[in-house]
Design a protein around this ligand. Structure first.
Ligand code: FMN
Length: 354
């Protein structure tokens, strides 16, 4: 099986071609320090060729959900260090997903101050407060031009802290409606300065973040995640093919270790599927995600459509997913009621094969 074949990712040898997708679990402790249970949770899944951690904010302003871990304090670094040590002891490789939610947040997370975004555009919907209560979203505040370098520096510091915490590399979260995607897409970026307007300007901030992170890790230990047709959190782009083609060209120039494309299963009507288009542009490892099974994952590797397949919910519920694919056994079903928050239940108690 190609899924079970080793893969060379930058300088690393992955034991197979399956990645565990980033999965927010909202179980961090006071101070946004990783829960000690996460040591068990991640090391149980160390047979993934590569684990990508849950999204991890690089600054308190980057938080928008309850109990998500951070990578800006010493305590957080110490918490992550226990996780990376344990995953390495179990023979795994682990990247940290660097995150800033931008406007997908509430004043409740910021002492009553507004969340930040490229532009002060109203949104609709609701989010959870730190106490898991639902509240309507607010119109964010546009970042001042002078603040943007500080946010880039926060990503750089997050990358440095990830290195101190013993990770093998980092994934820059450019997907799912968060800050980097808010800058990238025309629907959420109406700035008239050097960070908005033209496509080149909209990509300026995400690429400055990438360059800052590369300066810490080297390009061959940095991945980037996109979700071109994600339309939650009021996201939209006037020309996704142009936007993501150009972004991918820029990431390719920088020789990033991998690009993770989260697309489908439904591509909008009359729109071109971007996965095959971007595959031709990006020359390093190409990772695909969204509702893949053993069969569809194997098929896309076989036909050359991707190099790596990233599994989210299947890894959440099946700590030994590669072994289950190998043995063609039945799979545990993920329980959405325990995705976010809580303790061991639905976290560290999914059984491995006996
Ligand atoms: C509980 C849960 C938490 C998630 N958290 C993140 C996250 O922190 N970062 C991210 O990029 N995607 C996140 N996602 C999206 C997954 O990484 C993945 O893209 C999605 O589940 C589709 O893949 P799948 O069909 O294999 O599950 C999350 C998905 C779920 C179900």
């Amino acid at each position: 099986m190609k899924l079970l074949s080793p893969f060379k990712l930058g300088p690393m040898e992955l034991s197979n071609s399956m990645a565990m997708s980033a999965l927010t679990r909202c179980r961090a402790l006071e101070g946004n320090v990783p829960n000690p249970l996460a040591v068990t949770y991640y090391s149980q899944r160390a047979s993934a060729g590569l684990i990508i951690t849950e999204a991890t904010q690089v600054t308190p302003m980057g938080q928008g959900y309850p109990n998500t871990p951070g990578i800006y304090s010493d305590e957080q670094v110490q918490g992550w260090k226990k996780i990376t040590d344990s995953v390495h002891q179990a023979g795994g490789k682990i990247f940290l997903q660097l995150w800033h939610v931008g406007r997908v947040s509430l004043p409740d997370y910021h002492d009553g101050n507004l969340p930040v975004a490229p532009s002060a555009l109203p949104m609709s919907g609701h989010l959870h407060t730190p106490r898991f209560e639902q509240k309507d979203v607010v119109t964010p505040r546009a970042l001042e031009l002078s603040e943007i370098p500080q946010v880039v520096a926060q990503f750089k510091k997050g990358a440095e802290n990830a290195m101190a915490a013993g990770f093998d590399g980092v994934e820059v979260h450019g997907a799912n409606g968060y800050l980097l995607e808010q800058f990238t897409e025309s629907g959420s970026n109406h700035r008239t300065d050097a960070y908005g307007g033209s496509l080149e300007n909209r990509l300026r901030f995400p690429l400055e973040v990438v360059d800052a992170v590369i300066s810490v890790w080297g390009a061959d230990r940095v991945g980037y995640r996109i979700s071109p047709y994600f339309d939650g959190y009021a996201m939209s782009d006037a020309n996704p093919v142009e936007t993501y083609t150009h972004l991918t060209e820029e990431l390719d120039k920088r020789k990033l270790a991998y690009l993770c494309v989260k697309e489908g299963p439904a591509v909008p009507k009359n729109a071109a599927a971007l996965t095959p288009i971007l595959r031709k542009i990006f020359h390093q490892a190409y990772m695909v995600n969204m509702a893949f099974t053993a069969e569809t994952g194997e098929a896309i590797l076989e036909n050359g459509g991707a190099d790596l397949v990233c599994y989210g919910r299947l890894f959440l519920a099946n700590p030994d997913l590669p072994e289950r694919f190998k043995q063609k056994t039945s799979l545990n079903q993920p329980d959405p009621a325990t995705f976010y928050g809580g303790g061991e239940k639905g976290y560290t108690d999914y059984p491995k094969l006996g």
